[in-house]
Design a protein around this ligand. Sequence first.
Ligand SMILES: Nc1ncnc2c1ncn2[C@@H]1O[C@H](COP(=O)(O)OP(=O)(O)O)[C@@H](O)[C@H]1O
Ligand SMILES: [Mg+2]
Length: 347
Amino acid sequence: MSLEVRGVSKLYGSVKALDNLSLTVPDGNFTCFLGPSGCGKTTLLRIIAGLESADSGQITLGMNDLSQTQPSERNFGVVFQSYSLFPNLSALKNVMYGLECRAWPKAKAKARAMEMLDLVHLADQADKLPSQMSGGQQQRVAIARAIAPQPSLLLLDEPLSALDAKVRAELRSEVRKIQQDIGITTIMVTHDQSEALEMADQIVVLRGGQVEQVGTARELYHHPRTEFVANFIGTINSLAVEPNDKGSLMFGSAPLVVPDSQGSIRKLGVRPEAVTISSSPAKTDNSLAGIAKTVRFLGNYNVVEVAPDCAPDQIISAELRGDLALPSEGDAVYVNFNSEQLRELQA
Ligand SMILES: Nc1ncnc2c1ncn2[C@@H]1O[C@H](COP(=O)(O)OP(=O)(O)O)[C@@H](O)[C@H]1O
Ligand SMILES: [Mg+2]
């Protein structure tokens, strides 16, 4: 069922945790709420779960207005960052717990719990206590427990953040696969852009309690609306530009060839991997003379930072494939990019 959030606001004292926020999570979709610490991700997830109430706004799941539904009747699966298993219960009993609370007969609950443990590849660990399992295994039990009662929505708040890098990487694809296999509408909160890029069908970038941009990973990467999104998902060179009275867009003292655009552009973004470096002028739309300030050798790719002569205080970073020749620091070079690689960035 699709989830609809409309005009939700939440104040804590004078802190606007959520500010008239609206979004849609389509049926069967894996949506990530992505944003820096304090932007309101957990507050929004907790309001959707019914663990917190909104000051205003409306949330509906399918045809149901959730404000009319008690949290216990929502039948949502929830997993938090901290392992929240009952320490005195085995993996199996932990998964069975929610089913027995819902009055499933014991035999049926046990069969379902085993099926869920099998789904998260822990069938052979059913009798272990949480303390006898690794963090990754405990989180898999927590996920099995959350999905066992066939919830209509799965809510995950940074479920992988406490795990070490290798386990986190494995669980990303595993959680995604389980979600796709059972087709459950899922929201996962994360501050980790690579996690969102890898796992989500749809990413909602939050900033200061508001939606900054919604899109697929590709849309956000290739068409960031603002500098904030461009720098949160990857990195970008932001070039401050000024229109002159002849209708050219000036980057310092040089006019730039830019894409057609409505409105007055003040900031243009270009991804470092879209920039090339050469020792003589290139045939790109823009080829600016400058000085290589820093050259960083990173192996499979390398980074060269150039101070362009036309705007020496606006350093442009180029990310170059590892097999390409590098200038030396202090060399006179050209920094090159095409107009179709430039993105207009709003404040
Ligand atoms: N229970 C609370 N009491 C007071 N302020 C809170 C409470 N919960 C969250 N906040 C504030 O609301 C804002 C959003 O917090 P949160 O939703 O936890 O952000 P995130 O999960 O994105 O890090 C922050 O400024 C935070 O300090
Ligand atoms: Mg949080």
